[in-house]
Design a protein around this ligand. Structure first.
Ligand SMILES: *Cc1c(COP(=O)(O)O)cnc(C)c1O
Length: 403
């Protein structure tokens, strides 16, 4: 990752198809567009790739989360469970739906801890959003089993694991719906963009209508004359994004194959280091290999190790300090900071309660993140770059022995 590393003639050709018609809108202009419907084509191919019956393209991964929750009828005061290690978008979309995010710990899979999930379900839980973080699958069978036992729908946040699988089935197709992101740093990118996939026709129709002001997309009627079953919003994808998406999707399997080679090469160097262990991956064959996550025995050793890696120009990400992805660092959430003068959604919520997110409420995750380092895995990696990384690891391992 990211997919722009392999932009080429294919993306250019797809964009030119659109520019030649002049139609940037995914709907209407039937004559002018001469049969070019890039977003519709992207949806069709994406659904097929995932093995899902339906795909709805939207303007971003964040929008995909919002649209999926709208389709399920998530309402103010509902609780939606997600995990304390994810991109802020996951819980922003929950709050934007009027619902209340509830956070589980992650375990050494770096995804939702199924035991903590069980503990956090209440009579008000209306959806569960596990996140396949850093390119690899969550234990989605266990999570769906817990959800099914309680009759609660699952939305898989697959924004970071596009193309991944679990027991041979594509991630994003285990729950009621799966969402994807094609933002600038994702495995395949359209600049901005997202997708919802589902096998449920009623949910798909809800997504399709909600994401476009409630239009029911009746193919026979003129657009302005279409019916509306409910109010919606605008989360549409445009034709230029759809065009790039088509070119990128065609490269996805090759992207994953390259990443797997590079991940294995970096991992081989780390395997030589005493005390290093690796992230637990529930179904390793389904890993998209966009990241390599590893542990050292304790926090102090981890920070020292990464200090040497950084000095050698091969620093890893220390997610414990990451303000975008890790619960204890979300100061705006903990502080209930909002532009709304009433304090919504933190104050005066529909239940008349104030929400309170304490930064220290996920101690198990904090313990794990204290000793976690992560390398992003590039699609293109020169031999020189690999040499730099391996040399840095060897140097860090040496200095670790001296400690
Ligand atoms: C990127 C991301 C999103 C949001 O996608 P955007 O397209 O950037 O809005 C949601 N969830 C996760 C886990 C992500 O990494």
């Amino acid at each position: 990752m990211p997919g722009f590393e392999v932009f080429g003639e294919e993306e250019k050709r797809e964009i030119l198809d659109v520019l030649e018609t002049g139609v940037l809108f995914r709907y209407e202009f039937a004559e002018q567009r001469k049969g070019v419907y890039k977003v519709a084509e992207f949806e069709k191919r994406f659904a097929k790739y995932c093995g899902a019956a339906y795909a709805q393209a939207v303007s971003s991964g964040t929008a995909a989360l919002r649209v999926a929750m709208a389709a399920l009828g998530i309402s103010p005061g509902d609780e939606v469970i997600t995990q304390g290690f994810t991109f802020v978008a996951t819980w922003e979309a929950i709050l934007e739906s009027g619902a209340i995010p509830v956070f589980t710990d992650v375990d050494e899979t770096l995804t939702m801890d199924p035991e903590d999930l069980e503990q956090k379900i209440t009579p008000r839980t209306r959806a569960i959003i596990p996140v396949h973080m850093l390119g690899a699958p969550a234990p989605i069978d266990e999570i769906v089993a817990v959800a099914d036992r309680h009759g609660i729908p699952v939305i898989e946040d697959t924004a970071q694991a596009c193309g991944g699988t679990f027991n041979g089935r594509r991630l994003g197709t285990f729950g009621a719906m799966g969402i994807f992101s094609f933002d600038p740093v994702k495995t395949i990118t359209t600049g901005e963009g997202g997708m919802v996939v589902t096998n449920d026709e009623a949910l798909y129709l809800n997504c399709s209508e909600y994401h476009d002001h409630g239009h029911d997309h009746n193919p026979v009627l003129e657009r302005g004359l279409e019916g509306r079953r409910f109010i919606g919003f605008n989360y549409r994808m445009g034709e230029l994004q759809g065009a790039i998406g088509l070119a990128q999707l065609a490269k996805l399997d090759a992207i994953i194959a390259e990443q797997r080679k590079h991940k294995a090469a970096i991992k081989a160097a780390l395997e030589e280091v005493e005390g290093v262990s690796f992230r637990e991956i529930p179904h390793p064959e389904g890993d998209t290999a966009t990241f390599l996550a590893f542990f050292l025995p304790d926090g102090e050793t981890t920070r020292k190790f990464n200090g040497v890696l950084s000095d050698e120009k091969a620093g890893a990400i220390y997610f414990k300090n990451n303000t975008w992805h890790f619960y204890p660092k979300w100061e705006h959430l903990h502080g209930g900071l909002t532009l709304c003068k009433t304090g919504w959604p933190f104050k005066k919520n529909v239940r008349g309660e104030d929400l309170n997110f304490s930064p220290s409420s996920l101690p198990k995750s904090e313990e794990i993140f204290d000793r976690l380092l992560v390398y992003p895995v590039p699609i293109k990696m020169s031999d020189d770059r690999l040499k730099t990384i391996v040399a840095a690891i060897e140097k860090a391992a040496g200095s670790q022995v001296r400690v």
